[in-house]
Every structure is written in C-alpha cells, then in structure tokens.
Design a protein around this ligand. Structure first.
Ligand code: PEP
Length: 247
C-alpha cells in the first residue's frame, strides 16, 4: 500500500514571513506524507521548525558534483546538511528555462541518491508533444535516461511526479482519466524491469492541482498524491489538498 504524498513547490516564491506563517499555522494529519520545497535559503529554517511534526523539507534543485568551482550551485550533500530529505530533479522549468537535458537530470538523480536525498523525478510532455501524439514517447525517453544512469534499483528510493507542461501554472488540469492513463503507463514502464519497485513507487500528479480538483485526481488508482505549485503558498488551500490525499 503506497502512502499518499503531497509536495509543495514554492518555486522562487516565499519569504521569511511566509516561512513563519507556515511554521506557526500549517497543520496536517499523519495519514499523508507532506514535503515542502521552498527556495534553498529557507531549507534549514523550515526543516528545523518542522522536525517534531511529520512534515519534511526538500530542495528544488541540486548540482551533480559534490563540490568545486561551480559558482552559485549547491550540491546534494549540502542540501542534506541543511536538513533536506528530498530534491526535485528535472522540473520542467529547469528543463525549459535552464536547458537541463535528460542526461543532466539523470546525473542529478544519481547525485541525490549518493547523498541520501530522495529524488522526485519530474517528467511530462508539452502541449505540442501531446497534440502530436508523442506524450508517452516523451515520458518514456525521460524515464529511460534515468534508468540508464541509475538502473531500476534507483527507483527503489525515488518518487516520480508526472507534470504535463501544459498544465503547470496555466490553471488547466489534466482530466483524472488522462492523468491516470499516463501514471499507469509510467508504472508499466518500470514494471518491465521490477514488479515490486514499480508497484511501490509513488507517482504524483502535478499541474494546477487545487483544493477543488485534488480529490477526484487523487481518487485514481495510480495517482498517489500531488506536486502543487501555485496553490501550495496558501496555507488553507494547501491543507485542503493534503486532506484530499489523506487516507
Ligand atoms: C509545479 O510547479 O510543479 C506545478 C505543478 O505548478 P502549478 O501547481 O502552479 O501548476
């Protein structure tokens, strides 16, 4: 039985005041794994503040090397030092705005596991790719790159977030049946290599998840929760999404 998870991707939003508000008021029950991904600067403060509660903190990005002359970058081991337990890898904004290829994403995935961070591998097709009938082949290519670098064993301690790019920050959400079909496809790809790993891995849905659509998305068999952007900065809205995932 996969425990549901709801993850908050704050992107480059948030502030000291918002951290304080979350630390003082965020309340979720224990039946859902909750992970906050604030900008890196706030990792330590939130991870210490939430230590006693069942809320984890992750980073939105890591660099693949441990250390070195890479001005401005942060290594996975450093994220662990700051109290992070998870890292997003391959978010579509990293792929599209910062030119991260499938191979770069795979290197980051491996770096996370080397450091003891659980990678949350973000995959998903663009509007044009879906319109061209390529959604499954794009997602397959993104998973294959990580399989080549980390092997199927790499997915034993990882989370996948299926985030159709056309649904991120657009207010447009994949229909539950559309998302379910892609989640089943992703699990099916892993199933060819290892049934237990494919059965146990959490596959989250991301793309304009809100309190008003969360419950029907999370009711689908292969949707194990959500990766939430915009709606995760509003405490009450985020709490409702967590409740919708809670079993
Ligand atoms: C995201 O950034 O991962 C995301 C899903 O954003 P939003 O919920 O705003 O679409």
């Amino acid at each position: 039985m996969r425990a549901p998870m709801v993850a908050a991707n704050w992107k480059m939003n948030g502030s000291g005041a918002i951290c304080r508000e979350f630390l003082e008021h965020l309340s979720v029950d224990g039946l859902v794994d909750v992970v906050l991904f604030p900008p890196f600067l706030y990792t330590s403060r939130l991870s210490k503040g939430f230590e006693e509660r069942s809320i984890s903190v992750g980073v939105q990005n890591v660099f693949h090397a441990r250390s070195g002359a890479y001005t401005g970058e942060i290594g996975a081991e450093m994220a662990v030092d700051a109290g992070a337990m998870y890292a997003l890898v391959g978010h579509s904004e990293r792929r599209n705005l910062f030119g991260e290829s499938d191979e770069v994403v795979a290197d980051k995935f491996v770096a996370c596991q080397r450091a003891g961070l659980t990678p949350v591998l973000c995959i998903g097709e663009s509007f044009e790719e879906r319109a061209g009938g390529e959604a499954e082949s794009v997602v397959r290519r993104q998973v294959d790159a990580v399989l080549r670098a980390a092997g199927i064993e790499g997915f034993a301690n990882a989370v996948i977030a299926y985030e159709p790019v056309w649904a991120i920050g657009t207010g447009e959400t994949a229909r539950p049946d559309q998302a379910q079909s892609m989640h089943a496809f992703i699990r099916g790809v892993l199933m060819k290599f290892d049934t237990a790993i494919a059965t146990n891995i959490k596959v989250l849905y991301g793309g304009s998840v809100k309190a008003s659509n969360a419950r029907e998305l999370f009711a689908e068999q292969d949707i194990d929760g959500g990766l939430v952007g915009g709606a995760s900065l509003e405490i009450m809205e985020f709490e409702k999404i967590c409740r919708a995932a809670s079993r």
